[in-house]
Design a protein around this ligand. Structure first.
Ligand code: ATP
Length: 224
């Protein structure tokens, strides 16, 4: 498996707060990994570091063979990001919103609009987002993250607040994307049966990586 993300001994401090402390891991191409941790564990910080939105205090980060914090980082367009509390203009339709993001990312609008079908929002594309349910907004968020067929997808707590059936549907979609070769990192507060479907789990606690491995391996450790 080719490494698409390489985090080496990364630390991120905000003044006296140590959001991430010496974390190291790699994500291979086509891997679906669940990043688990309570509030403040450092999950969002790790994603922002991978996106190059913030710089590490120490350690190194490589995404698609490059340093995301470097000014000339060319891989950013190949990254898709669904932030934790994605918010859209309620007055716009789903279609208008996706067209806006496509232009922003300099991707063909027609291709972006096809993504609405993929996330099951084709029929609702002309409806204003103000009429969308939470699950529909999350799926629109995923469609937004998928514009331009990113090689790496960072999804920050995408299934929080969704009912069990929607969580399953959302997960089915993500699994399909990983099977097609995308590297997917998905964060969550808890390790439920759903996250266990990811196969590999990284557990963070107060900025420290405390476990990383296949679900079977972690179960065996827990039994020791
Ligand atoms: P949550 O589940 O609440 O989203 P998280 O695991 O994503 O939590 P982070 O958002 O990465 O956690 O936060 C890790 C720590 O860093 C927390 O203590 C948080 O308060 C702190 N932190 C994050 N961003 C900043 C910032 N811009 N300035 C100061 N402290 C910050």
């Amino acid at each position: 498996m080719t490494g698409t993300v390489r985090i080496t001994d990364v630390t991120k401090e905000y003044g006296r707060i140590k959001a991430v402390r010496g974390a190291s891991f790699e994500l291979g191409q086509g891997e679906l990994v669940a990043l688990i941790g309570h509030n403040g564990a450092g999950k969002t910080t790790l994603m922002k570091l991978m996106l190059g939105l913030i710089r590490p205090t120490g350690g190194s980060i490589e995404v698609l063979g490059d340093n995301p914090a470097a000014g000339e980082f060319t891989g950013r367009r190949q990254l898709g990001y669904l932030p934790e509390n994605v918010s859209f203009d309620a007055a716009l339709t789903g279609g208008e919103t996706l067209a806006f993001y496509a232009r922003l990312k300099r991707e063909p609008v027609t291709k972006a609009l096809e993504l609405l079908d993929m996330v099951g929002l084709g029929a609702a594309s002309r409806r204003r987002i103000g009429t969308y349910s939470k699950g529909m907004r999350q799926r629109l968020g995923l469609a937004q993250a998928l514009i331009g067929h990113p090689k790496v997808l960072l999804l920050d707590e995408p299934t929080t607040g969704l009912d069990p059936e929607l969580r399953q549907t959302f997960y089915d979609l993500i699994e399909r994307l990983a099977a097609q070769g995308a590297t997917v990192l998905l964060s969550s507060h808890a390790l439920t049966e759903l996250e266990e479907r990811a196969g590999r789990v990284i557990i963070m606690n107060r900025g420290v990586k405390v476990a990383d491995g296949s679900i079977d391996r972690l179960r065996n450790i827990a039994r020791l």
